[in-house]
Design a protein around this ligand. Structure first.
Ligand code: GAR
Length: 221
């Protein structure tokens, strides 16, 4: 089935494997997104090359060369808006966003984070999960609000933690889950099945509990 595609801009800072997963999903005619632009704050981000390989316009808007954070954000916002997106996906975009930035895209910007939020916001999530001794770890996709990694959750993918896991082995298992989770969560939002309302995620036409259960098995298959 062919569906109308909504315009999605991806922001990243690194290798771009989650962006790649979104691009792969978007190749399907029945997937409701088209990735129309990729923007990075790092000129050497691997994700820029990957986007180019897929024929997607990709530009760097580095922090260097802008007087302050506000000037840099203004340039990033201008680049986003030039692509006229319906939705913005943060995919390893490693910058704290100002309240103004978050407000401008409220309900239209989502992020993926490598933990089962609200556990382990911030950095080094895999080492912290191992140190805490959790038996389940994973990733979350949430609407972006000013609270870092704190916005309302759209979907989560869980993976088991093995006794002999290292941060790297656990990160690899979670990343595999991320590549399944992010396209799924983006689809929920673009289909109107998960939307941002008064600081919460409101679901329509799906049972969030069933959805959560479905996101366990594929992650470890
Ligand atoms: C992903 O694991 C993503 O969840 C994480 O950065 C990585 C980017 O990898 N994001 C955060 O930590 C945001 N708080 P990728 O460039 O291969 O997609």
């Amino acid at each position: 089935m062919t569906v109308p595609k909504k315009r999605v801009v991806v922001l990243l800072s690194g290798r771009g494997s989650n962006m790649g997963a979104l691009v792969e999903a978007a190749k399907s005619p029945d997937y409701p997104a088209e990735i129309v632009a990729v923007i990075s704050d790092k000129a050497n981000a691997g994700g820029l090359g990957l986007a180019h390989e897929h024929g997607i316009p990709a530009i760097a808007v580095p922090r260097q060369g802008h007087a302050d954070k506000a000037a840099h954000e203004a340039a990033v916002i201008a680049a986003i808006e030039a692509a006229e997106p319906d939705l913005v996906c943060l995919a390893g975009y490693m910058r704290l966003l100002s309240a103004d930035f978050c407000e401008r895209f409220a309900g239209r910007m989502i992020n993926i984070h490598p933990s089962l939020l609200p556990l382990f916001p911030g950095l080094d999530t895999h080492a912290r999960a191992l140190a805490a001794g959790v038996r389940l770890h994973g990733a979350s996709v949430h609407f972006v609000t000013f609270e870092m990694d704190g916005g309302p959750i759209i979907a989560q993918g869980a993976v088991p933690v093995s006794a002999d896991d290292t941060p790297d082995s656990l990160a690899a298992r979670v990343l595999k889950a991320e590549h399944h989770l992010y396209p799924h969560a983006l689809r929920l939002v673009l289909d109107g099945k998960a939307r941002f309302e008064e600081g919460r995620t409101v679901f329509a036409g799906i049972e969030p509990a069933d959805d959560a259960v479905r996101l366990i098995a594929p992650a470890i298959a």
